[in-house]
Design a protein around this ligand. Structure first.
Ligand code: SAM
Length: 226
């Protein structure tokens, strides 16, 4: 899989995408992640990529031409399954969306900035708009990193114990059960006996019951009880 992220702030993406599972997935060649600096696609001597909004008002707008050139260059090199724009008014990002996207071959993510990108880019080039929540961040870099991380950890082989990703919250509309590690007794705070029993059948059953109970208590919307 290949993910190309177009941004005006490449530095913001370096650290989140160069550690842990994402780093290992890149090393194992399961994913190639390219950070594209939008300023490389401007002919302006100041490398500006923003301009005033038509009609006036506060805030600058990402210009159409550098974004168009960056996307067209990528598209001339390969076919893309999705060209995503991160936006607070997009579809709310979810685990099922991450699952779908992890099965694609090539994805572009355009990280917005300023007041956002010229609407014509959204109308003519973007295939999907994704929000990571009902709040406004300064730029699309953190959303792009969050989306990329959620996708990459689902690529088969990215996590050594594949069960680990499959048993995470939301994979089956259930929250994950609680987890514990050593010591089994910390100052009287004890791990549930069942987890120390060695009875894998009973442990699986207990975990499922815990997942159902937590989901019903914390996120009844996931079970349709809301
Ligand atoms: N004027 C825009 C609005 O009100 O919808 C917000 C612009 S925001 C300051 C700059 C950029 O950050 C957006 O274009 C988008 O790419 C990104 N962004 C901010 N919040 C986001 C969110 N919750 N989800 C996805 N992207 C977001």
């Amino acid at each position: 899989m290949r993910i190309d992220i177009i941004t005006v702030l490449p530095e913001l993406l370096e650290s989140p995408l160069n550690h842990s599972i994402v780093k290992r997935a890149k090393e194992k060649k399961l994913v190639e992640i390219n950070i594209i600096n939008l300023r490389d696609f401007t002919t302006d001597k100041y490398k500006s990529v923003d301009d005033y909004a038509f009609g006036g008002g506060a805030g600058m707008v990402m210009m159409i031409e550098p974004v168009y050139k960056a996307i067209e260059k990528l598209k001339s090199e390969r076919n893309y399954d999705e060209i995503i724009y991160t936006s607070p008014d997009g579809e709310k990002f979810s685990q099922s969306m991450a699952n779908q996207l992890s099965m694609k071959n090539n994805i572009i993510i355009l990280a917005g900035h300023y007041k956002g990108v010229d609407q014509r880019i959204r109308d003519y080039l973007i295939t999907r708009e994704i929000s990571i929540g009902d709040y406004v961040l300064s730029g699309g870099e953190l959303p792009a990193a969050a989306i990329t991380d959620a996708i990459v950890r689902l690529i088969p082989g990215a996590i050594s114990d594949e069960q680990s990703a499959l048993s995470d919250s939301f994979q089956d509309d259930l929250l994950a059960p609680p987890v514990f590690t050593r010591p089994s007794d910390f100052r009287g705070w004890k791990v549930p006996d069942i987890l120390l029993s060695g009875n894998t059948g009973e442990i699986d059953k207990w975990r499922h019951e815990q997942a159902v109970e937590r989901t019903s208590r914390l996120r009844p919307d996931l079970t349709g009880e809301d």
